[in-house]
Design a binder for this molecule. Sequence first.
Ligand code: UD1
Length: 422
Amino acid sequence: MDAIRLCGGAALEGRIPIAGAKNACLTLMPATLLSEEPLTLTNAPRLADIRTMAELLESLGVEVSMLQDGRVLALSSLSLDSTRADYEIVRKMRASVLVLGPLLARAGHAEVSLPGGCAIGARPVDLHQMAMERLGAELELRDGYLHAKAPRGLRGAVIDFPMVSVGATENALMAATLARGTTVIRNAAREPEIADLARCLRRMGAQIEGEGSAEITIEGVDRLSGATHPVVADRIELGTYMLAPAIAGGEVECLGGRLDLIESFADKLMEAGVDVVQTQSGVKVSRRNGRVRAVDVLTAPYPGFPTDLQAQMMALMCTAEGVSVLEERIFENRFMHAPELMRMGARIEVHGGTATVTGVERLRGAPVMATDLRASVSLILAGLAAEGETMVNRVYHLDRGYESVEQKLRACGATIERVKSE
Ligand code: UD1
């Protein structure tokens, strides 16, 4: 398995291009199942998770072409061969469950493997199930698979989510576009990736209002057409690279980044003493002198502080002046990076969903292990600020969500390289 080796200490100067959003692309791709006509996605990120979703769609009979070096995805679901999302693919990536709504709407039935637990928590799919049932589907759990059917088609309904779920909102939204009548999704997730999905579905002919708010209304239509849609910029990749000059010092411009999609995070960074400005071409971040100040962080659904930036923010807080408290409210087990950061000299105490970080003047390089996607990149950020060499092992998690991380950081002056496994 590949590793990333880096030597910290140098300030960063340069520009980093921000790719299309992984999480948006992972819900836009299954939307192709809703129409017989082709869906073309531009500005797609080149990531392992995108290839996994392509593999899943291909197993259902979708033709997938990766054009322009993977930047453009041409998807065509003229006819479907299968409605079964196999365990072998779903276990690799939870987002596979996003084929459930579109398959039910298109074919009237679907068999989707339960994803099982993952490193950051149990992550059940009960809300996805509840949403499909509200739309008139019958679901049964057998042999580790959710067997869903709607022999008389889906019908519009009120779906009132007891808690906010990004994936369940996406499944409900996609399924409702082809349901008979009106669907109202209450307590909907408001993430920019959902607004991007709604924009794409509208291009395909869907009737949707209210995306980006807690209540989305969908008027079902008989059929959807093809479309071409650009994937929105990745706000989590943006936030991650905004932290690079914050932790290492220097100035980096994140090209194509949009501050309006990441306000709660940017506010925290500024509160910590980092300079952040939106420019014509992206977001410029600089830290010139002194250490950052400790700030407290509470993760919450959008527009709150994203859980997907908690690990990276913790890396910054490890070198801040003072004590910061980070509370994780979305996933129950998302502090696995803490013991790894402690191997680099960080002072962190974890009690349940709360981590208390006492900043130190200098981290020290060490061999560390990546446990999940965002944890891996937090270790790289910490390595940028550490004295000496850091070796981040098991980086396959990183490749699931970050494109060419070592090239992007090297272009700004970091000493970083990939060590290929034999
Ligand atoms: C998405 C993102 C992920 C991000 C997360 C929260 C994708 C591909 N992934 O994941 O990067 O960290 O949003 O912003 O877009 N839950 C239930 N029952 C369900 C569904 C969810 O209890 O049926 C719980 C989860 O365990 C979790 C919380 O709800 O505690 C939020 O999860 P959810 O918003 O659904 O996350 P994902 O869509 O899986």
